[in-house]
Design a protein around this ligand. Structure first.
Ligand code: S3P
Length: 411
């Protein structure tokens, strides 16, 4: 069974820590990032216990303690941005820190809407370390200028505690796990068209939930299966939330044959079993506009298999890739060139011609989990050996990745 979805695990960790009662979270992500969220919630008064593969979180019933030291978010932008919204209306002083990569990632995007609500947030040149001095908040109507589920979530978490009804409109529909998770924990939330609204002052209650398998982790094996003519990949308990499943359409467009064998719903999240086989050819694709935003975490691995396609891959409107755990456009281009591929870099994407052969080389992961895993997939079809420097970064989202890869490759 694929480890639990990273995005959903973050939200369950935070809301379970904020709710009243003890939540039992099955198949919680094994990645370091969601464990940073758990660690922060623990530092703010939640009790966290691991019982086999279940994480039990006893929440703070809406009153977070002031942590003794810094809140360490590690490599996790989700932890820092979403928690900023959760603590902004609380009574304490919260100082967030992260690793080298997180310390240069943009935080202004959450400061702006939260400050409109009355929050007091200090950044260091637009980045972490970040200090939030909790204070009562007032609802706002916010039109988000960037497609970011983390920003949306920060505003919703603050809105949950603000005076009045907070609304947020997004032009590009980003992943909606926060909406489902808030409802799961008992909050009322309305969506009208592209506008979401949440009434302040609501209380949350604990849940028992199983986290669906992570589509963004499955992406590496789904893309690997396109590289081998006789591949047959079956993944069960996979999260298939429509705001996260654009990759399945892309795989079909590239010539993969996907069968959905079973779908169910749990707390608003779709979970299913899929089977993927490669078709006769591996076609190229163009990814731009809304699709680029929806596939933002999967673009590195799509780019990594692009040289093996017939028609090549063109990616645009993906400038956000430059401010992820690394500059993912620069690193993908650099590593593809290391493997002998021709590639043209653009400010917001890249052009990778198809019909190319790759050779093994020394890959620089930039300590970015998705770069390490994406190039492990590219290496499967390359001539000669590939060494991934900083391969251990995979643990940020998927510690079992290399074990899975080993097992799947032999079968
Ligand atoms: C995430 C949202 C996306 C994504 C990240 C996880 C989330 O980031 O890239 O890996 O869980 O909400 P942005 O909100 O910055 O687009």
């Amino acid at each position: 069974m694929l480890p639990g979805d990273k995005s959903i695990s973050h939200r369950y960790a935070m809301l379970a820590g904020f709710a009243e009662g003890t939540s039992r979270l099955m198949n919680f992500s094994t990645g370091e990032d969601p464990h940073s969220s758990l660690g922060c919630m623990q530092a703010m008064g939640a009790k966290v216990e691991t019982v086999g593969r279940t994480i039990e979180v006893t929440g703070t019933a809406g009153v977070l303690a002031q942590p003794v030291g810094n809140l360490d978010c590690g490599n996790s932008g989700s932890t820092m941005r979403m928690l900023a919204g959760l603590v902004a209306a609380q009574a304490g002083l919260y100082r967030f820190v992260g690793d080298e990569s997180l310390t240069v990632r943009p935080m202004e995007r959450i400061r702006k809407p939260l400050e409109q609500m009355g929050a007091r947030i200090e950044l260091t040149e637009g980045h972490a370390p970040m200090t939030v001095r909790g204070t009562p908040l007032t609802a706002i109507d916010f039109e988000t200028p960037i497609a970011s589920a983390q920003v949306k979530t920060a505003v919703l978490f603050a809105g949950l505690q603000a005076k009045g009804t907070t609304s947020i409109a997004e032009q590009v529909r980003t992943r909606d796990h926060s909406e489902h998770a808030l409802r799961a924990f008992g909050a009322r939330l309305e969506r009208k068209g592209d506008r979401l609204s949440i009434v302040g002052g609501q209380k949350l209650r604990a849940i028992d939930a199983t986290v669906p398998g992570d589509m963004s982790s499955a992406a590496f094996f789904l893309c690997a299966s396109l590289l081998f003519e006789d591949s047959n990949l079956v993944l069960d308990a996979l999260g298939m939330n429509p705001t996260r499943a654009a990759l399945l359409d892309v795989i079909s467009a590239m010539g993969g044959v996907i069968k959905v064998l079973d779908v169910q719903e749990t707390y608003g999240e779709m979970v299913g079993t899929i089977q993927v086989n490669r078709g006769k050819t591996l076609r190229g694709i163009e990814i731009a506009g809304t699709l680029a935003a929806q596939l933002i975490d999967e673009l590195p691995v799509i780019a990594a298999i692009a040289p093996y396609t017939d028609g090549g891959v063109r990616i645009r409107d993906a400038k956000e890739l430059r401010v992820k755990e690394s500059d993912r456009i620069a690193l993908v281009v650099k590593n593809l060139r290391t493997m002998g591929a021709e590639v043209t870099e653009h400010e917001d994407g890249m052009d990778i011609p198809g019909g190319q052969k790759l050779r093994g080389g020394v890959i620089d992961s930039g300590l970015d989990h998705r770069i390490a895993m994406a190039f492990s997939i590219a290496a499967l079809r390359a001539e000669g050996e590939t060494e991934i420097r900083g391969a251990e970064a995979a643990s940020v989202s998927f510690p079992e990745f290399y074990t899975w890869l080993d097992e799947l490759a032999i079968r």
